[in-house]
Design a protein around this ligand. Structure first.
Ligand SMILES: Cc1cc2nc3c(=O)[nH]c(=O)nc-3n(C[C@H](O)[C@H](O)[C@H](O)COP(=O)(O)OP(=O)(O)OC[C@H]3O[C@@H](n4cnc5c(N)ncnc54)[C@H](O)[C@@H]3O)c2cc1C
Length: 388
């Protein structure tokens, strides 16, 4: 959102600025990129700017699954890219989680997180069998079958079984962003909120109120990239995702991250009797294309029906919201150099997997910018050409 002349804070001045690198977008990925850059090159002056407040994008609106992904996601990767690449991508996400644990979670007591497992659930044997018809080899990535009797009592009465994977994490995503911001500020990196970039010139980045002279720019706006420049319109498709937080009348005794893939639903507990649930985009795929926040009655009703009919618990809704994700054709991100008036890079298109891939992708972005690598994993797998 922009700020009009009338709404600008009193006595606000807007002198031009200088930096070595400007990162546009202060979501999980933009902040993580700044973190890695400052790790490798503490001498660089880095400015991160965001047109809104911290957490305004998907990074502050997801369910706090810090995860490699469901068994269905693994199966999809396997089908599309083959066994070796699927393994490589899951290993990349696993490294991403362990890096964020080692560098951020362990040293940030203010972040509420829990190490846990994920369960890709099946309501019936028939569903499991039809799902498995396409190649899925659980041993490929450490997925272990749990039958109903191995599941907690709330789950075993409803589900036939589940594929389990671990380690995964449950986090408060906003605390993660705040902590990253705090550690960047301790490294003298400016994270400026409510400042929107609108164009790139050979000298730097123009914002709505000033000019930031710099020699490199990194675009980390994910689902909002096509809004920034037409060059992204054929590459990133913005999709809304709906979420809901409910208070349960009777608790569910499972602390895992849960995916019900045939129903396209994911859910987890955030604390006793509080359940976070999202998904059900299948109920209105066309209506959920777009880059603006909007609650969909159709999908929210579908999520409520799932809690009543599948989880069979009574509940009271305490919050509803939506968020914007950036999808690519192959549902894998790009972490790449771009052609632009200024030396430029783009990192985005996380297709609903940015919390899993984000930290390690940001590391590769920083390595690309500082010249330690010449190609990222995603450049190898799915090269994209972007010219501003
Ligand atoms: C409901 C929901 C559930 C999700 N579940 C999962 C999950 O289970 N697992 C998973 O891995 N991922 C999940 N995701 C996706 C994950 O949240 C994203 O992939 C990740 O947050 C992307 O981070 P980002 O930093 O690239 O983008 P964002 O967090 O969207 O950040 C982009 C930022 O750019 C800023 N910006 C845009 N335009 C400009 C401009 N012109 N100037 C300055 N700033 C600008 C925006 O304000 C925004 O803050 C989910 C997303 C949603 C919405």
């Amino acid at each position: 959102m922009t700020i009009s002349h009338w709404l600008r804070p009193h006595q606000f001045t807007s002198p031009d600025m200088t930096a070595d690198i400007v990162i546009v977008g202060s979501g999980y990925v933009g902040l993580s990129t700044a973190w890695w850059l400052s790790e490798y090159r503490p001498d660089l002056k880095i400015i991160v700017l965001d047109r809104s407040r911290l957490g305004a994008g998907a990074s502050g609106r997801n369910a706090g699954f810090l995860t490699k992904g469901s068994a269905s996601f693994y199966k999809k990767l396997h089908k599309q890219w083959g066994q070796e690449s699927a393994r490589k991508l899951f290993k990349f996400a696993e490294d991403s989680l362990s890096l964020v644990d080692q560098h951020i979670l362990k040293s940030s007591p203010e972040i509420k997180f829990e190490k846990t497992n994920s369960l890709t659930l099946f309501q019936t044997e028939a569903l499991k069998q039809s799902w498995e018809e396409e190649s899925f080899r659980p041993g490929d990535y450490n997925f272990e079958w749990k039958s109903a009797e191995d599941l907690s009592s709330s789950l075993s009465s409803t589900f036939f079984g589940a594929y389990e994977n671990s380690p995964e994490y449950k986090i408060d995503p906003f605390q993660l962003l705040s902590s990253l911001k705090k550690s960047l500020e301790a490294r003298k990196i400016q994270v400026i909120e409510n400042l929107s970039a609108f164009s790139i010139t050979a000298e730097g980045v123009s914002t709505e109120i000033n000019f930031i002279k710099c020699s490199q720019v990194i675009l980390a706006m994910n689902g909002y990239l096509p809004q920034f420049h037409d060059a992204f319109k054929s590459i990133v498709r913005p999709y809304r995702a709906q979420m809901m937080a409910v208070e349960l009348e009777n608790d569910i005794d499972s602390s895992a991250l849960h995916y019900d893939s045939p129903e396209r639903v994911y859910w987890r507990k955030s604390s006793d009797k509080i359940l976070l649930i999202g998904g059900k985009r299948i109920l209105d795929e066309a209506g959920e294309v777009g880059d603006f926040d909007k609650i969909s009655g159709t999908i929210q009703t579908g999520l409520e029906a799932y809690i009543t009919e599948v989880l069979k618990v009574k509940f009271k809704v305490i919050n509803r919201w939506s968020g914007i994700m950036g999808f690519t054709e192959h549902e894998l991100p790009f972490v790449t150099k771009i052609q632009s008036p200024l030396e430029g890079y783009a990192i985005g298109g996380f297709s609903g997997h940015g919390m899993g891939f984000g930290f390690r992708s940001a590391q590769e972005m920083a390595q690309l910018v500082t010249g330690t690598i010449s190609k990222t994993l995603f450049d190898e797998l799915m090269p994209v050409k972007i010219k501003l």
